[in-house]
Design a binder for this molecule. Sequence first.
Ligand code: MTE
Ligand code: HPA
Ligand code: MOS
Length: 754
Amino acid sequence: MRNIDALNHVRGESVYLDDIPVRQGTLYAWVFSSPVAHGRILNLDLSEAEKMPGVVKIFTAQDIPGQNQIGGIIPDEPLLAESEVHFWGQPVAVLLAETELQARLASHKIQIEIEKLPVITEPRDAHKAGKLIMPPRTFTLGNTETAFAGCEYVFEGNAESGGQEHLYIETQGAYAYVKENGSFYVASSTQGPTAVQRHAAVVLGISMSKIEVDVMRLGGGFGGKEDQATPWAVMALLGTALTKRPVKLALHRPEDMRMTGKRHPYSSDFKIGFDKELRIQAYEVTFYQNAGAAADLSPAVLERTLFHCTNSYFIPNVKATAYSCKTNLPPNTAFRGFGGPQGMFVIESALAHAAEKLGLETWELQEKNLLKDGDEFPYGQITEGCEAQNCWQTAAEKYDLPKLREEIAAFNQQHKFLKKGLALMPICFGISFTKTAMNQSRALVHIYQDGSVGVSTGAVEMGQGVNTKMLQVAATVLGIDPNRIRIETTNTTRVANTSPSAASATADLNGKAVQMACEALRERLKLHIAIQLDLPENTPIEIQDEQVWVAGKTVELPWEKLVFSAYWSRISLSENAHYATPEIHFNPAIEKGHPFAYHVYGTALVTATVDCLRGTYEFDSVKIAHDFGSSMNTNVDLGQIEGGLVQGIGWMTLEELLFNPEGRLLSNALSTYKVPDIYAVPKEIAVHFMATQGIKLAIFGSKAVGEPPLMYGIGAYFALRNAIKAFRLEAVPRFSAPMTPEKVLLNLYPDFGT
Ligand code: MTE
Ligand code: HPA
Ligand code: MOS
C-alpha cells in the first residue's frame, strides 16, 4: 500500500503548521536569546524595544503565572532565563508584534548586560569540574577484572563522535489561541503532544484539562521534537494567555539551529580483551556524554547508550560506565537512535583497533562474536529470536562478500590515487521505551453511520508513515476498504496521556491499540449479525472485503448496511482501547531486567571510494540484509531504511557541528553545516527484506524500523578508514567522527601543514 500522504505531499497540499490559516488579530512572536554561553544577567532593558512599531507585548520570566520550569526528566530547565544564562541562544524574552518582522526588528533594541562566567564545551572538562547532570551509571555483566587477567590479547583506546543537527525541514513552531473560560488551544509541531500539554499547564499555572494540543503532522522530527517542541508551544500559549490574542511562533532556521539541542557528542575510553580463539572475553567502556546546559532527555539517552554498548556481539564480561556531563551548549536531546549509535560506534572502534593491532580484518573479529539465541545482554535480557548471525550470513552470501573483497583488492592494486574501502556493519537495536511505564498507548475508533471510520491515536505522523500503518491495521481488522478510513489529527482531547512518538515504537504501540479497538468493534458487529440472522451459536462469521460471510458464504450484507443496522439497533459504534506492552520490566537499582519487547538486527556491507589527492569520497554501495519480521508495508519500510542510512552516513562523515571556545555555534546555517545531499547518497542501496520470525509484540509481526537503519551509517566511517589505510598502510586514523574530507586528507598526508 502506498503512503496515504504521498500524493498530497508531492502536490504541496499537505498541511503543516505554517499552512494553518491564521485568525484575525494574530500576533507573531520572536524569541530574544542569550548572546553569551554562560553568565549572570545584570540588566535587561526592554524600554527601547517596547517603543518599536507594532510591538504589543514583550514578556520575560517575570510574567510567568505558574512555574518557570520545562524540565522533562529533571526539573532543571527554565522556559525563560531568570538571573543566569547557561548557553548561547538560551531564550530570555519573547516579543509579540503585529508582524513577525516588527517583532524581529524590535528584538535588536533589547539591551542586555551580562557578566560573563567560564564556559565549558567539552564533556571531559565538565566531568573534571564535577559538573554532572546526575550520578553516573554502570552496567556490569560477569567480572571484567578477572576476565582481562585471563585474556590473550588486551587493547585500549578512545573514540569520539560528534553531535548532529536534526535538520527537520519544518522548523520548530506552534500556533495558540484562547478557547473560552480560560482554556486554550495550541497546534504544535511536536512528537509529544502530552509533553506540551503537561509543561504548558505548569508554566501557565492551570490544569492540563484546559489545554488542547493538536498535531496534524510534522515536517520531520527525528527526535528533535520529542521534548524540544515544548518551549515554543508553551511560549505561544503564554503569549496568548497574556494578550488574549492568537500567537504564532515559528523559528527561522538559524534561530532553530542556535537555540535547540542536537545529538549528544560523546567522548569514550575502551578496553577490550580476547582469548586465543579471538572471542571477546571482556569489555570495559567509559562514556562521557555532552549533555549541554540542562538535563532534557540526556539521562534516558545515556541509558540507551549503555543498553547498546555491545551492539550485536556477545561479551560475557562487561563493565560500562556513563557520565552525563553538563556543558554550556544548548541541551542535547533525542536523535534517531537515542544514544544507541554513540555506544555502538565505540565497540566498533574497539574491534577495528584490535584488528589493526592483530593484523586482521575487522570483520573476522565481528563475525566470530555475533550474538546468538540464549546469550545474555549486559542488562540481563536473554536473546530470543536472535537474527544477528542470520543477517550477517545472508548479507555475505546474497551480496557475494568474497567477490566484493576481491574486486576491491584488485581495484586498489590498479589505482594509485583512488582507493576503495569496505566495512561490515552489523546492528542490534532494542525496541521499547527504556522507561517501561512509557510503553502504553490508546486508540479511539468511531464507525460513522454511513460506514466510514475515523481513527484517533497518540501516534504523530512525522514522515515515517505511521498513519498509513494505522490505516492498514484498521482496514485489515474491520475487513473494509482503506478508503473508508480517515486517520485523524493527534489531539490530547481525543487520546490523552500519550507517550511521545519515539523509540521506533509508535506503530507497535498505537497499532496494537487500534487493533484492539477494531477487534472489539468487529466482535460487536458479529454478535449483531448472529442476532439479526438468528444464527445458531458458534456459527463462524467473518467480515471481509466489505461483506459479511457466514460459514464461508457471503450473505449479501454489505458493510454499509451492516453498520446502519447496528446503529439502528442502538449498538455502540465507538471504541476506546488501551495497550500496554506485556513482558517488559527493568530494575534500575540493579540495572537488570527485560527492557525490550524485542530486538531488530541487520548487517550492511558499505563500500567507499576515496580520492586520495583531494580527500573527497563517494559511497559506491551499501548492501543490507535487514530483519523486518514480516513487513506490513515494504514501501514505507524501504523509505525508512534509505532515510535512516543516509542520515547515519551524514552523522559519520559530513556533518560537523563546531562551537568556538566561547560556546558559540559556528556551523549555524546550511552554508556552514553540510548535510548529505544527492551526491552523498550511496550510488547503490540494496535492501534485502529478510522475512524473519514473526514477533508477536510487533504489530502484525512487522518489526519496528524507524531508528535501527541509522546505525548502518557507522559502517561508512569504517569503510573510509579502510580506504585511507589502503593508500597509506601505516595510517592509524583516530576514532573520531565525523570523517570529513579535511580529516581524510590529514590522515592521508599527516605531515601536511606541519
Ligand atoms: N522518518 C521520517 N521521515 N521523519 C522523522 O522525523 N523520525 C525517526 C524515525 N523515522 C523520523 C523518521 C525517529 S527518531 C523515530 S523514533 C521514528 O521514526 C519514530 O516513528 P516510529 O516510532 O513510527 O518508527
Ligand atoms: N527512546 C526514545 N525516546 C525516549 C526513550 C527511548 O528509549 N525514553 C524516553 N524517551
Ligand atoms: Mo526518536 S530519537 O526516538 O524520536
